[in-house]
Design a protein around this ligand. Structure first.
Ligand code: OSB
Ligand code: MG
Length: 369
């Protein structure tokens, strides 16, 4: 099929509450929505680069630049028969995984729609609902955190992740554990510590956590391997894993026993699937991370999380955990058993609501063949 046009939209969708991590505060989703047209079909994708280079080196501006000046011009007007063709065209561009993933995911949606199959089916999904959890940002006080966690548990989320940073770590884990001795609980440090903080890590090791996510450097594998040997709690890597090579290296060195896969961070669904398969071959479970996406990006996360080696609950929450109104219908809802249904309609399986998308669009550019 010939790619006729590609439209980029920067959006600004305020979150119900600001999301605070060790690297900063996010007030809303300012991602780029990618819309690809061919053969009377429309494919949708979400580029998850944020406004600031704090979680990753990429930002909305760098992604827009790479899409506009390199990825899109090379793709427009080309006759494409598979997502592999799209990847091959983008291969010369080094790095910029989020920009690549935004475009690739729109093409996956397009090809799945052309074939009349769901994205989950096309990716090799093995389940019709996925286990999910909620990622809770830093709160003003430990008591506020406990209140928030209680709220999410009462909504039915079976797994809680709390953000930590130096000075706000053991106290938070202890407060939540004391109130909820049995829940599935994990922590995410977003690279805020170094090996000098081993004493803190040993204390966290006492709270029966499912995992400690990305405690050390955002590109580090070596120190994580050292730390892993000192702890009984599994280390899970997020920021450090950008490719299949990173994943193999981390597993070979024993730097992690679990990997968080975010399609944006690793360059798309094809790369996610490869990492998923490599982890499965080594008996390393994976789970799907989130970037506080709109329903467009979340639909893709749910599809990839339906693959068999996604064995831990994902950071994939219902639409109403993030927004007053999501961009898609039907909105994502939490089932009573702590899962979210995998859409079965073709492609991402949810309908983008154009009126809502228009309302949140703050910048747009269209490219034609
Ligand atoms: O480290 O997992 C992270 C959001 C933005 C940047 C980094 C992270 C996160 C989350 C959000 O934890 C999870 C979600 O989308 O619900
Ligand atoms: Mg993380």
């Amino acid at each position: 099929m010939k790619i006729e046009s590609i439209k980029l939209r920067r959006i600004n969708m305020p979150y119900l509450a600001p999301f605070q991590t060790s690297f900063g505060v996010e007030e809303g989703n300012t991602h780029i929505i990618v819309c690809v047209k061919a053969d009377g079909l429309i494919g949708w994708g979400e580029c998850v680069a944020g406004p600031e280079p704090y979680y990753s080196a990429e930002t909305v501006e760098t992604a827009w630049h790479i899409l506009r000046d390199f990825l899109i011009p090379n793709l427009l007007g080309k006759n494409i028969s598979s997502v592999q063709d799209v990847l091959a065209i983008g291969e010369r561009v080094r790095g910029h995984n989020m920009a690549k993933a935004g475009l690739e995911s729109a093409c996956w949606d397009l090809f799945a729609k052309a074939r009349g199959v769901s994205l989950s089916q096309m990716l090799g999904g093995a389940r019709d609902k996925v286990a999910v959890g909620v990622s809770v940002g830093l709160q003003a006080t430990p008591a506020d955190l406990v209140t928030r966690v209680a709220g999410y548990l009462s909504e039915g989320y079976p797994r809680i992740k709390i953000k930590i940073e130096p000075g706000r770590d053991v106290e938070l884990a202890a407060a939540v554990r004391k109130e909820f001795p049995e829940i599935l609980l994990q922590v995410d440090a977003n690279s805020a510590y170094s090996l000098d903080d081993i004493a803190t890590m040993r204390q966290l090791d006492q709270y029966n956590l499912l995992l400690i996510e990305q405690p050390l450097g955002c590109d580090d594998i070596f120190d994580h391997a050292r730390l892993a040997r000192e702890l009984k709690t599994p280390i899970c890597l997020d920021e450090s894993i950008h490719s299949i090579s990173d994943a193999n290296c981390a597993m070979e060195l024993g730097a992690c026993r679990i990997i968080n896969i975010k399609p944006g961070r690793v360059g798309g669904f094809t790369a996610s699937k490869k990492i998923h398969d490599a982890c499965a071959a080594r008996n390393v479970p994976v789970w799907c991370g989130g970037m506080l996406e709109s329903g467009i990006g979340r639909a893709g996360n749910i599809a990839i999380a339906s693959l068999p080696n996604f064995k831990l609950p994902g950071d994939i929450s219902a639409s109403n955990r993030y927004f007053r109104e999501d961009l898609v219908e039907p909105a994502f809802e939490l089932n009573a058993d702590g899962t979210i249904n995998v859409p079965t309609a073709p492609g991402i399986g949810v309908e983008v609501q154009m009126d809502r998308l228009e309302k949140v669009t703050t910048r747009r550019e269209e490219f034609r063949a």
